[in-house]
Design a protein around this ligand. Structure first.
Ligand code: HEC
Ligand code: HEC
Ligand code: HEC
Ligand code: HEC
Length: 435
């Protein structure tokens, strides 16, 4: 199978090459993983309550093991839903690399230490890096973050590194391929927003003053935009590499799900739904690129038109064959990396700009795009993150704005109960509440 071959190749490429090829994806080092048991000593990370005298909590293992869905991710593959997915695809979910890539610590046998267990699920070292060189060192007082990183610890405290890590599995890439066939077989659609998902993962660290002093303060609005930019970069990389497939049907994962999966309603199609697409052609799943465009409109209005033109060219190219699409994706990716990523890293939005951004996001509720469930969820997450960023700056929402964001959140909680009318009303309320 094409994808698993890519996966094998990526695993064996020399590290230096890998780092260049996937510079914005979280390239994993070859250090040995010593297993969750080596982190879970009582005095280290397995207290049953925070010890509160060393900066870190020390009950990280307890939280992960009791409440974090990552701990049970491998066990999920033995469940009923996975069995159904496996049966439909003709594979055994508990042994298929197609599933283990994201539901387990999918390292080469040579990297498995003595205490490493396949049943550990997505354990500490999947996120924090193989501990071969840092286990004995990392608690030494005075060891700097740079020294930890040099010893192979993943710099999860840096938003870009964290985003790349999460996106590996929550969006997928060549090393973690996910397909429309898996979705059709019953896999839940993947949806990710860095700040929201960081908050949803049962926290085993306290983002308090001490944390900020050791590792830097959070900037929710910047993290949101960076998360979108890195998601966009990953999509463009896949398209530029021609992963759309060569068969009669392209790989539908890269298209907007709701473009096809919606009831047939006369007059539903609207010009400008995804600028650049003609009636009847499915648009690419360009949500992350689109959100980045909204950020640019506020942060660098003089440049936003350029990105918009790039997006239109990308969507138009899907009707012109693989080479045209690959070229358009490469051009868009070049612009993103050379211009927008550096801008994102340095520019912090002020309160007025954050409110404009929130208003622009709320404004998307009026478009057809905004009525799709996945787009609605993304917009709601974005609104809540920006609202939170304002609160962080001491610029709290008015009660009316607060109620509108709550109604928004309620409207997108469950696909089964999603009512576009309620959602649009909440978006309108939010937009109109921002002067
Ligand atoms: C190695 C793959 C992998 C990585 C890396 C990863 N995740 Fe996950 N994550 C998963 C899988 C698989 C699940 C589903 C687990 C299950 O229920 O079986 C999941 C579930 C979650 C959930 C629960 C989602 C829900 O709907 O309840 C959150 C929140 C989450 N991850 C956040 C994160 C964050 C934040 C990061 C980065 C710091 C991250 N994940 C990194 C694979 C990964
Ligand atoms: C690209 C990474 C990726 C691949 C590949 C992948 N999954 Fe998942 N899977 C996830 C993530 C992430 C979630 C959590 C989604 C969420 O809630 O946001 C998940 C969720 C699930 C769930 C739902 C868990 C729950 O508690 O509701 C099942 C079941 C599942 N995956 C089975 C499989 C099977 C079987 C395969 C192989 C055919 C597979 N997955 C391949 C990333 C992946
Ligand atoms: C899905 C990814 C993920 C998994 C699995 C995970 N962590 Fe974390 N961990 C994070 C993120 C993200 C942070 C916050 C960024 C940072 O400070 O590095 C963090 C922070 C920490 C911190 C630093 C707290 C501080 O105040 O500086 C410790 C200690 C820690 N994790 C230990 C563990 C242990 C032990 C396990 C396994 C039982 C584990 N983590 C599993 C993602 C993960
Ligand atoms: C270009 C059109 C198109 C796009 C885009 C598309 N699909 Fe599909 N999907 C189909 C077709 C055609 C089938 C097969 C017909 C069937 O099974 O009803 C299908 C089947 C499915 C099924 C199983 C049958 C059903 O209707 O429940 C699921 C689930 C699914 N797709 C999810 C998704 C998700 C998630 C996305 C976005 C990542 C997506 N699809 C994008 C056309 C599309």
């Amino acid at each position: 199978m094409r994808v698993s071959k890519t996966w094998e190749v990526l695993r064996w490429l020399p590290m230096a090459v890998l780092l260049c090829v996937v510079s914005l994806s979280s390239a994993r080092a070859a250090d040995i993983h010593q297993g969750v048991a080596s982190c879970a000593g009582g005095i280290c990370h397995a207290s049953t309550h925070p010890l509160g005298n060393s900066g870190i909590r020390r009950d990280e293992y307890f939280i992960w093991q009791q409440r974090d869905p990552h701990a049970g991710a491998t066990a999920t593959l033995a469940g009923e839903r996975s069995r159904r997915i496996g049966a439909a695809l003709g594979l055994d979910p508990q042994t298929a690399p197609q599933c283990l890539a994201c539901h387990a610590d999918a390292i080469a046998p040579a990297q498995r230490g003595e205490r490493w267990l396949a049943t550990d699920g997505i354990g500490c070292e999947v996120c924090h890096g193989g501990s071969e060189r840092w286990l004995a060192e990392h608690s030494r007082p005075g060891l700097s973050l740079a020294q930890k990183t040099a010893l192979g610890m993943t710099a999860t405290w840096q938003p870009e590194v964290r985003a790349a890590l999460c996106l590996d599995c929550h969006q997928g890439d060549a090393a973690h391929p996910i397909s429309h066939a898996m979705m059709a077989a019953g896999h839940p659609p993947l949806l990710f927003e860095l700040d929201t998902f960081s908050a949803l993962q049962p926290p085993h660290y306290d983002r308090d003053a001490d944390y900020a002093q050791r590792k830097g303060a959070a900037d929710a609005a910047r993290d949101w935009a960076l998360g979108q930019a890195l998601a966009a970069d990953r999509l463009l990389a896949s398209l530029a590499q021609g992963q759309l497939g060569q068969g009669l049907m392209p790989e539908l994962m890269y298209f907007d799900c709701e473009a096809c999966h919606h009831p047939l309603t006369a007059g539903r199609w609207q010009p400008g739904r995804n600028a650049g697409t003609a009636p009847g052609t499915p648009p690419l799943a360009d949500a992350a690129l689109y959100w980045l465009g909204l950020w640019l409109q506020v942060a660098a209005p003089e440049a936003a038109g350029e990105w918009h033109r790039q997006l239109v060219a990308l969507q138009t190219s899907t009707g012109q064959g693989q080479p045209a699409l690959q070229a358009a994706a490469r051009a868009a990716r070049g612009q993103l990396q050379e211009r927008w990523l550096p801008l994102l890293r340095e520019r912090q939005l002020n309160a007025t700009q954050l409110k404009s951004l929130l208003r622009a996001i709320a404004g998307t509720g009026e478009s057809v795009r905004g009525r799709d469930f996945l787009a609605a969820q993304q917009a709601a997450m974005a609104s809540l993150v920006i609202a939170d960023a304002l609160r962080q700056r001491g610029d709290a929402l008015t009660p009316a704005q607060g109620r509108a964001t709550e109604a928004l959140y309620a409207a997108v909680r469950e696909r089964e109960r999603f009512n576009p009318g309620d959602y649009q009303a909440a978006m309108r309320r939010l937009r109109d509440s921002i002067p």
